[in-house]
Design a protein around this ligand. Structure first.
Ligand code: ADP
Length: 206
């Protein structure tokens, strides 16, 4: 998993515009809102509701969704542990570029491994990685089973399914934990927006 370029003679070109300029222009800071949780916990639903609410506030925002990036950018990757790791690494870099562009980017990936999430936290400036645990217990997720995947996993038709026969390492100290098991989606979105508001993410200056 190379983090240093294979090619030589590369330099990072710094532009004329910095994070502060973008913040002033957009009226908010850029950041990655990293949703993590079991399949069916509500990451996609919450991500898209948040995107709408942020857009309504005039924010620059975009969702990077699990299945969507697997159609293109990560079409070569499956669900073996190494491939999951590479999936998250690439998405982390894309999310970093979005945040650097000044956007509030929302990612919706199970991202089951703590080390992979911590690696993304480490490559972002302080405060740019907002880890949000989308928490609904396994029984609730399995009962919802919006894509019928738990049924397939239980029947042995999918191997290495998170929560069934692959681990989910819940965040120990996320910035925020939203209870999507008993709350409705607007309640969860409201919690995230309130957290961002309280910490000045919607301010045009630091
Ligand atoms: P994931 O992206 O985590 O796999 P999805 O968003 O595809 O999960 O599915 C979650 C399901 O749970 C949806 O059917 C959604 O309507 C339902 N749901 C119930 N309460 C919530 C909530 N508070 N937040 C998000 N989704 C919820």
């Amino acid at each position: 998993m190379a983090e240093t370029p294979k090619a030589e003679n590369l330099t990072w070109h710094r532009g004329e515009i910095g994070a502060g300029d973008r913040r002033k222009a957009y009226g908010h800071r850029g950041a990655v809102l990293w949703l993590t949780g079991l399949s069916g916990s509500g990451k996609s639903t919450l991500a898209h509701r948040l995107e709408r609410k942020l857009l309504e506030r005039g924010c620059v925002t975009y969702v990077l969704d699990g299945d969507n990036v697997r159609h293109g950018l990560n079409a070569d990757l499956g669900f073996a542990p190494d491939e999951r790791k590479e999936n998250i690494r690439r998405v982390g870099h894309v999310a970093r570029l979005f945040a650097d562009s000044g956007a509030l980017v929302i990612t919706a990936f199970i991202s089951p491994y703590r080390a992979d999430r911590d690696q993304i936290r480490a490559m972002l400036p302080e405060g740019d990685f907002v880890e949000i645990h989308v928490a609904a217990d396994l029984a609730t997720c399995e009962e919802r089973d919006p894509k019928g995947l738990y049924a397939k996993a239980r029947a042995g038709e999918i191997k290495g399914f998170t929560g069934i026969d692959a681990p989910y390492e819940a965040p120990e100290t996320p910035e925020l934990k939203v209870d999507t098991g008993s709350q409705d989606v607007d309640g969860s979105a409201g919690d995230v927006l309130a957290w961002l508001e309280e910490r000045g993410y919607f301010d045009a200056e630091d």
